[in-house]
Design a protein around this ligand. Structure first.
Ligand code: F6R
Length: 240
């Protein structure tokens, strides 16, 4: 495995991630890229929005694929598709024709997950997979217990993962099931970039990169990625 670790503070943190995407798009203007939701990538997405406002050309052929969403997302007041549209896709001019959406409707979901895997492969596979790191070591919605063979599927959220997502919801409602690219799906990407910020992730980042590889820490499977880039701020990198 080739690992490239960048330890940088904002505003370099977001710019470093944006530079990685820019390099990928320069080599392949219609690259297929997967983006996470959450707090971590926000400075990166803000940087991309700023760059697209100055020059939209590099983003014109970019294709995107979703990493995860809640099960039954369409009926929910808040979902990852809308989140990504608001925080990133509208700003970089990415319309739905260039987006491979992860299925999220309960009816026929198993078939839809297989179809999604097939569509991803038919589009040439993911060129660059950006990921955040869960406090319990999850990537996507692959909570502890998920192994390297998992593909896109419905998952029950670990209680701590559901709690961490609670702030996105009102009236105490928190979804408990989601659809996620599996670890095997994620590892099939040609290149992976793990985005990490803040002191709360420091211990988990050390375990992910230097601990034993196994389902207890799903992010540890990233040690098996063909090409891994980590972009961490000083606080997240404190225990490396
Ligand atoms: C979100 C996702 C999650 C987050 C992770 C970190 O689409 O796949 O795995 O990346 O929970 O979330 P934040 O960045 O909010 O700490």
């Amino acid at each position: 495995m080739a690992v490239n670790i960048h330890i940088v503070e904002e505003p370099r943190w977001g710019a470093t991630a944006a530079d990685l995407l820019a390099g990928c798009l320069k080599a392949k203007p219609d690259a297929l890229v997967s983006f996470p939701t959450g707090h971590t990538p926000l400075p990166f997405y803000a940087e991309l929005a700023g760059r697209a406002a100055a020059d939209a050309a590099p983003f014109r052929r970019l294709r995107a694929v979703m990493l995860d969403d809640y099960l039954g997302a369409t009926a929910l007041p808040s979902n990852f598709y809308r989140w990504l549209r608001r925080e990133l896709f509208d700003a970089i001019g990415l319309d739905d024709s260039r987006l491979l959406r992860i299925p999220s409707e309960p009816d026929g979901i198993e078939q839809a997950c297989s179809d999604f895997e097939r569509a991803l492969a038919a589009q040439g596979g993911c060129d660059l997979q950006f990921l955040g790191l869960g406090g319990n070591g999850h990537i996507g919605f692959n909570d502890p217990g998920a192994d390297a063979a998992t593909r896109t599927r419905v998952v029950e959220l670990a209680p701590e993962t559901a709690r961490a997502n609670a702030e996105y919801w009102t009236n105490g409602y928190v979804p408990t099931r989601a659809v996620t690219q599996g670890i095997g799906t994620i590892l099939a990407a040609k290149r992976i970039c793990l985005l990490v910020r803040g002191p709360a992730k420091a211990d988990m980042l050390r375990r992910a990169l230097h601990g034993p590889i196994g389902a207890e820490v799903p992010a540890s499977f990233l040690q098996q990625a063909p090409e891994l880039t980590v972009i961490a701020d000083l606080a997240a990198a404190a225990r490396l």
